[in-house]
Write a protein of this length. Structure first.
Length: 194
C-alpha cells in the first residue's frame, strides 16, 4: 500500500459546493423530521443540532452534510465542480475521520485511461503514488481514497489538491480540488459524527 494513500470502499459524492471567502458556514439548512410538528425521537437522539434529521453547511469550497435515517447518522464532506452547462466534472466525498485516516471516493468523468489510474499532489509537494480506478457507474469513474495523518496535515495546510489522470488518447487530464475550507469542514464532520 502506498504511503499517504490507500484504497477503501467507494461511496457516492453528495452536495454542491460554492466558493466563499468566509470560513463560517454561508448556507445552513436543517430539515426536521416531523410527526405532528415535532421532531421524532430518532432525530432527537441523532446528535444533530435541534434534533434535525438533515443538515447542510458550506465552508468555503466544501459542503458538510449529515443525515439521520433509521437512527443511524452519516456525515460527510464533499466538493463538486461543474462546467457552465451544469455537467459535473468531478466530485469528491470524504467520510468522518476514523482514527488518523479519512476515506472517501473521487468521481471523475468518462473518457480517461483507467489503467493509468490517478495521482494526487498537494500544491507543489511530491506526487503521491498512483491509485487505481475501482469501477465506472453512470455518475462517472470511481477512485476510492484514504488519506493518512501526514497527508491530512498537508491537505489542511494546502491550497489545492492536484489530481492527474490521463485521457484515453494519452493526453494529460489534470484536475484541481480547492482546499479552501477543507480544515474547517473536516473538523466539523468529525464533531458532528461523534
Amino acid at each position: 500500500m502506498a504511503p499517504g494513500v490507500a484504497i477503501s470502499t467507494p461511496s457516492h459524492a453528495a452536495a454542491i459546493a460554492d466558493s466563499h471567502d468566509d470560513p463560517a458556514p454561508q448556507r445552513f439548512q436543517i430539515a426536521q423530521a416531523q410527526t405532528g410538528g415535532q421532531s421524532t425521537g430518532g432525530a432527537a437522539a441523532s446528535g444533530l443540532p435541534g434534533g434535525a434529521s438533515l443538515l447542510n453547511e458550506t465552508y468555503k469550497d466544501w459542503v458538510v452534510a449529515c443525515q439521520v435515517a433509521n437512527s443511524a447518522k452519516r456525515c460527510v464532506m464533499s466538493q463538486q465542480q461543474k462546467q457552465q452547462n451544469g455537467q459535473r466534472v468531478l466530485a469528491i466525498e470524504l467520510a468522518a475521520p476514523t482514527g488518523n485516516t479519512v476515506s472517501g471516493t473521487l468521481i471523475l468523468p468518462f473518457g480517461l485511461a483507467l489503467d493509468s489510474g490517478v495521482t494526487f499532489q498537494v500544491d507543489d509537494k511530491p506526487a503521491m503514488p498512483p491509485l487505481r480506478f475501482h469501477t465506472c457507474v453512470p455518475a462517472g469513474c470511481l477512485v476510492p481514497v484514504t488519506f493518512d495523518a501526514p497527508t491530512l496535515v498537508g491537505l489542511r495546510a494546502g491550497t489545492a489538491l492536484k489530481v492527474k489522470a490521463t485521457a484515453d488518447g494519452g493526453a494529460a487530464a489534470p484536475f484541481s480540488i480547492s482546499l479552501q475550507g477543507f480544515s474547517t469542514a473536516l473538523d466539523r464532520v468529525e464533531a458532528l459524527s461523534r
